[in-house]
Design a protein around this ligand. Sequence first.
Ligand code: RB5
Length: 142
Amino acid sequence: MIALGCDHGGYDLMQEVMKHLTERGIEFKNFGVEENRSVDYPVYAKKVAHAVASKECEKGILICGTGIGISIAANKVKGIRCALCSDCFSAQATREHNDANVLALGGRVVGAGLAVKIVDTFLHTEFSNDERHIRRISLIEE
Ligand code: RB5
């Protein structure tokens, strides 16, 4: 189960992401915002972050205008490693190296075509489980 959250800056792109996940049979839980109105991105970042940190959801996807504010807010929650990605290389690397559990996208930065490729890369790339990456992640958590 993938936790989804966005603000008004990410609303339109999130509609595309939800359509893409539905077409691929990937289950998701939408934590809002449910309509395109001006809202505060930390509220949605924290809903998704808590769903992932508590293991209610396996991973999360967050979208605001830039992806910056919503990723900063998500990363305040213990156990969350939220990566803002605008390219597939970063999405692959952050799964392999950082075991990122939340992906952030900028709805005013990336188009829908690229965004869904980033989503696919993020969701389908496994953590490397390399000792050095495990050590570095545990240093983040200290
Ligand atoms: C909203 O206008 C915008 O500030 C927000 O979506 C995000 O880009 C913040 O980082």
